[in-house]
Every structure is written in structure tokens, then in C-alpha cells.
Design a protein around this ligand. Structure first.
Ligand SMILES: Cc1cc2nc3c(=O)[nH]c(=O)nc-3n(C[C@H](O)[C@H](O)[C@H](O)COP(=O)(O)O)c2cc1C
Length: 349
């Protein structure tokens, strides 16, 4: 209901103006950064999974976000997994997600984004999160690669898509996570290289890999035309998650929010330490406050993303975090956010 209402309101310039007046804080030059030729007015973006069909980017751009992710989208339309898709764990600040990549398909979604009016979106950077269709028709590695490549080809000449993020780590789909082994990732990235997309490519990383396995994936990524990594996706191992709510076994899905916090931080820190000069890091997982965002930035994230925080705390969260981040920079004597990136990443091994 929220997406539908926001989508309708987003078509009206008056409603967009009103939302902007209420929620947006004054742009702060100290938070503005340029990566891969794209200007981000704030480091706080909307993570994949909120605007699955590209319906509300005009409103997201008025809510103080520095960028917004659409998707994950797939080559074919997909109804997703049988409902329910979401289960709230409020004491744990987490959601159990089992949507299974429900989306309208990349052709329809890219058309929708293309059709936003000129004034609705302006220069707001849109990231397109691309996954493979969750269907028993797309099971083999060859079919999976074809599915990703089809969407990347559709997106590559779309001027409104500023970044393409390959979601290789969606855990709750038909056939599991097929592209999180070095061999399969290598095949996928080889095929995506050939497409020659103009946009920088990011990889949405899995969270459950131990560092040596994660590092092997990074070593594959470095051999290809990849600009950065988004760390990380949902947490699968609910037995090791620190949950403060009862989670019945009958509830299917994987965990977002606070259960992803520590592991995502560890992976950001180690990735920055080893590869910070080669890959841009987007940090995501368990951000509810500016302090949380700042922690990830100091560990090595250049940009951060939120989603569970928005669902629990409300649409003002991005603007609030940006406003408070400026105060944190001031407190620590930094004149620009770039000075804080990676300061807590430790010594390179
Ligand atoms: C409702 C919901 C839907 C999601 N769907 C996707 C998705 O389609 N693609 C994807 O890459 N990640 C998806 N995610 C994972 C988030 O993008 C993010 O990586 C993860 O939830 C950690 O961030 P958070 O702690 O702010 O939720 C989803 C998360 C949530 C909460």
C-alpha cells in the first residue's frame, strides 16, 4: 500500500515539492562525493528490495537519499515465493525476508524509469540491482548468465541508470545462491564484461562466507570490469544470529537488519584493508542511526545503504542520518567525509 500510494503521489509535482520541503535537509558539501563520474549529494542510499519495480524513485530522491536502488530486477517477470514474504522481529531490529525476487521484469521496469518526467528525477543516481529470474526455467549456469546479461544489455544505454549492481547473493531463490563460488562468478563476470555497459558495475556480496572464501570472490572480481562491491546481503544462518524475538521454524526466509551488522562490518573492514585502493565499497547491514553509518564509513565504506532502518524508523531516516553525519564529522575535526573513510580499517596484513 505504501509503495502504491507513494508512486501515485510521486507523479504530482506539488506532492514531491511538499515531501522535499518537509524531509530534505540542506545539501552539505562535506557529504558530497563523486565516484566513477557520478555525484552523490549524500552518502546514504536506499538499498535493494524496497522499490522492487522502480515505482517510487521520484519520492525517494526528495527524501534526502543520495542515491536509490531499484530491484532486484530480473529478465523475466516473476511472482516471487508463496506469501508471506516478510516477518517482523522488532526486538531484534530485523525482518525475515522471503520475497524471492518478485518483480515486473526488467523491460517493464526500465520503461517505467525511462518514463519518469524530466522534473521528477533530475540528476538523482539510480542503481539497478540485477538478479536472475527466480524460476524453474532458469536453473543451469548458462541460463542464469543469460538472464543477467539480458537485463544488463537492456540497461546499458539507459541514461537514468547510473550504476548496475549484480546481485549474485540472493539467498531465497530457486536453486539457492548460484554465483557465489569463484568458478561460477568468473563465468558470469566474463559474460558481463563482453556487454560493455557504460555504467560502473558493483557486486552485491554474500554475508555468510568466511573471509578466505570471500577473498577468493574478491580476487575473481578484481580481474573484471567491476568498480566496487556492496557488502552485504541477508544473513542466512539464523542459529548463529543474536535474536531477541521468537522465530518459529515455520517462518521461511533470511534475516535483515541488526543480525547483519557485525559480519558486514568485519567484511567491509577487511575488504577495505586489502582492496580499498581497487574497489569502492558500499556498506549495508544494520544501519539505524548516523553513528551506525559513520562506523561503516570509518571501517572503509565510501557510501552506505539502508532499508530495514527505513521500514522500522520511517521515511525521514536518510535525511536524519545525513544531518547527524555532518555533526559527527564536525565533532571529529573532519572538513569532508572522504577524510573519515577507512580510518578504523587497521593495518594492511
Ligand atoms: C524487504 C527487503 C527486501 C530485500 N530485497 C532484496 C533484493 O531484492 N535484492 C538485494 O540485493 N537485496 C535485498 N534485500 C537485502 C538488502 O538490500 C540489504 O542488503 C540487507 O537487508 C541489509 O541491510 P539492512 O540491515 O538495512 O536491511 C532486501 C532486504 C529487505 C529488508
Amino acid at each position: 500500500m505504501m509503495i502504491k500510494t507513494t508512486s501515485v503521489l510521486g507523479k504530482a509535482a506539488v506532492a514531491r515539492g511538499l515531501v522535499k520541503a518537509i524531509f530534505t535537509v540542506k545539501p552539505d558539501e562535506r557529504l558530497t562525493q563523486t565516484y566513477h563520474g557520478i555525484e552523490f549529494a549524500s552518502p546514504v542510499g536506499l538499498s535493494a528490495g524496497f522499490d522492487k519495480n522502480g515505482e517510487i524513485m521520484p519520492m525517494i530522491s526528495r527524501l534526502g537519499f543520495g542515491f536509490g536502488t531499484v530491484g532486484s530486477v530480473t529478465a523475466k517477470q516473476c511472482d516471487g515465493n508463496p506469501r508471506p514474504w516478510f516477518y517482523r522481529l522488532p526486538k531484534s531490529k530485523s525482518l525475515v525476508i522471503n520475497a524471492g525476487l518478485a518483480n515486473d521484469g526488467s523491460t517493464a521496469i526500465l520503461k517505467r524509469i525511462h518514463n519518469y518526467s524530466k522534473t521528477a528525477i533530475r540528476q538523482f543516481p539510480i542503481v539497478l540491482s540485477v538478479a536472475k529470474t527466480n524460476s524453474c526455467d532458469v536453473v543451469s549456469i548458462r541460463e542464469g548468465i543469460e538472464d543477467y546479461v539480458t537485463t544488463v544489455k537492456r540497461a546499458k544505454d539507459q541514461p537514468r541508470i547510473k550504476v548496475i549492481e549484480l546481485n549474485v547473493s540472493c539467498p531465497n531463490t530457486y536453486g539457492g545462491e548460484p554465483f557465489t563460488t569463484p568458478e561460477k562468478l568468473e563465468k558470469l563476470l566474463k559474460a558481463v564484461d563482453v556487454v560493455g555497459a557504460k555504467q560502473p558495475i558493483f557486486i552485491k556480496m554474500p554475508i555468510d562466507h568466511e573471509w578466505p572464501d570471500f577473498q577468493q570472490l574478491l580476487n575473481v572480481i578484481l580481474k573484471h570490469k567491476v568498480a566496487g562491491v556492496t557488502i552485504s546481503n541477508l544473513y542466512k544462518d539464523r542459529t548463529s544470529a543474536d535474536l531477541k524475538d521468537v522465530l518459529p521454524d515455520s517462518v521461511k526466509g533470511n534475516l535483515s537488519g541488526k543480525p547483519t551488522w557485525q559480519r558486514s562490518n568485519d567484511l567491509i573492514q577487511r575488504t577495505y584493508r586489502e582492496y580499498g585502493d581497487k574497489l569502492t565499497i558500499i556498506g549495508v547491514g544494520g544501519i539505524f542511526t548516523a553513528d551506525d553509518a559513520y562506523t561503516k564509513i570509518k571501517l572503509g565504506a565510501s557510501l552506505v545503504e539502508i532499508i530495514t532502518g527505513v521500514i522500522f524508523c520511517g521515511p525521514q531516516l536518510a535525511a536524519q542520518i545525513s544531518y547527524d553525519l555532518s555533526k559527527l564529522l564536525e565533532r571529529d575535526g573532519y572538513t569532508h567525509i572522504s577524510q573519515a573513510i577507512g580510518v578504523d580499517s587497521g593495518e594492511k596484513n
